[in-house]
Write a protein that binds this ligand. Structure first.
Ligand code: PDD
Length: 278
């Protein structure tokens, strides 16, 4: 499988980054994960827009124009082993001669891209639902930036693995923020509830799609602060992400959500999503 590194297309074994790269030393970089269906990138414009917002947020100049990104991405897709894949793109603040927290005087960013098999979810996960746990959101206050500094997310995600679950739902000061690597939706009395996009969560591309589909199909939705009790007493709970699309969470901290099976609103949204992405 071919990867992209600083202008070259290489095999993954040949792609090497110096140890003085700030991505390695400080996690000083940003990234995107773009789903590709039948060799077509999904919502590319929105992903590139979010990439720009992340770069702006960490004070790193975008090394490529929208057109250049699009060209590289299409070349990656052409060469990929799979027609459906998740395309990973990361930009770090590059290599410095010394380990110094302050930015280098001259920044030459490291640009890396790779494709991975897109295994969204299994029929079993969609038909039976998945289990999740909750945890206090211990992350920083710029969760709207998609940075490669993901240690807190990794620790939080591992809590769900330890519990035999697939995601950790994060709560901050009694309110829902998101999952460790997903956004979270609540359905209560036929109303779709989603937290407000602010500095406490990643503005998910899938999140936007789900809200758009709800509006299109006449599903009532409300974007506002979602209280912990509303999460725990939800009729339905979903997670959304580029790599997992929409999945129903039916068990939270060992307790059933709703009837403990995927709900009817999820079934609708899943069908709308499949139709939309095709
Ligand atoms: N993660 N929130 C967090 C913390 C995430 O890491 C992600 C995605 C999302 C969902 O965003 P989107 O719908 O744009 O994928 C929300 C990606 C898939 C990852 O880190 O692999």
């Amino acid at each position: 499988n071919i990867v992209y590194l600083n202008g070259e297309f290489l095999s993954i074994e040949d792609a090497k980054v110096p140890v003085m790269d700030r991505g390695f030393l400080f996690g000083d970089g940003v990234y995107e994960v773009i789903p590709v269906y039948s060799r077509r990138p999904f919502r590319l414009g929105q992903h590139l827009q979010r990439l720009q917002a992340s770069l702006d947020g960490i004070g790193l100049a975008n090394p490529k124009t929208q057109q250049e990104w699009t060209q590289i991405i299409y070349r990656m897709i052409e060469q990929a082993d799979y027609a459906d894949q998740s395309l990973y793109l990361q930009i770090t603040r590059g290599v410095d001669s010394r380990r110094n927290h302050a930015f280098p005087a001259v920044v030459r960013p490291t640009i890396f891209m790779m494709g991975e098999d897109l295994s969204t979810s299994s029929p079993e996960q969609r038909e039976q639902g998945v289990a999740a746990v909750t945890a206090a959101d211990i992350r920083w206050l710029r969760c709207d930036l998609k940075t490669t500094s993901l240690l807190a997310n990794c620790l939080l995600r591992q809590m769900s693995v330890a519990a035999g679950c697939i995601e950790t739902v994060l709560l901050r000061d009694g309110f829902l923020s998101e999952g460790s690597a997903s956004n979270i939706f609540v359905v209560n009395d036929g109303m779709l509830l989603a937290p407000i996009k602010n500095h406490l969560m990643l503005p998910g591309i899938t999140y936007d799609v789900v809200l758009e589909l709800a509006a299109q199909h006449g599903l009532r939705s409300e974007v506002r602060d979602v209280r912990e009790e509303e999460v725990r007493s939800a009729d339905e709970l979903w997670l959304t992400s580029s790599t997992r699309e929409v999945l129903p969470i039916v068990t939270l901290d060992g307790k059933s959500i709703g009837k403990g099976v995927p709900g009817p609103v999820f079934a609708n949204m899943y069908a709308w999503y499949q139709e939309f992405k095709a």
